[in-house]
Design a protein. Sequence first.
Length: 237
Amino acid sequence: MSILEISELVVARGAGIVLQGLTVEVANNEIAAILGPNGAGKTTLLETIVGLHRPQSGHVVFDGDDITGAKPHQIAARGIRLVPEGRRLFSGLTVGENLRIGAEGAGLKEWRWVLEIFPQLQKLLGSRGGTLSGGEQQMVAIGRALVAKPRLMILDEPSWGLAPLLVDDVLTAVENIRQLGTTIVLVEQNVEAALKIAGQAHILADGKIQRSLGHDEAIARPEFLREAYLGAPIAPA
């Protein structure tokens, strides 16, 4: 059963059309990876889902309700959270304060349970966000979204700027979050890492989803990913 259905989505930014009739579905409680080269429109897609861009046409349906063109706070209230590229923590606030703000924004008080997912943050609760390493900041950013208990979490480049060992830690945490019942949409340039945890891989190029692959097929047919990233034509399904 699909929790997110996007159909014929057209989105412009500035004078150009970025998404050109994009269609994709995400099943409930899966990790769906959106893969493709720089400039393909991946971040625009994520930001459109959460209401930061208003599409020219097409539809975004979440759990059976059309949320196309809804305001960001209305979409957040339905249980969708975006963890943007670059973390965007409140750098002057402590880790604990960042996490508490995430919970309070959803009308919740309890946030400490997220330390079960990210135990590394326990000793950092009194540290300011701006003093943390990149990996620590990413854990706080994901944790700040998670404490709102979203039904759909959208992650934009969670491995950005991280050492390989930390990439594994962060993506393992993402899989643990899925096991809690949260659906994940993941944009990730680290294709190998993304495919370790993704149940579906959707290749975005030229403003459209060119091909959708199950986990096993994505691993077995790397030529489809090479074609997308190198700009060669993608063979028809």
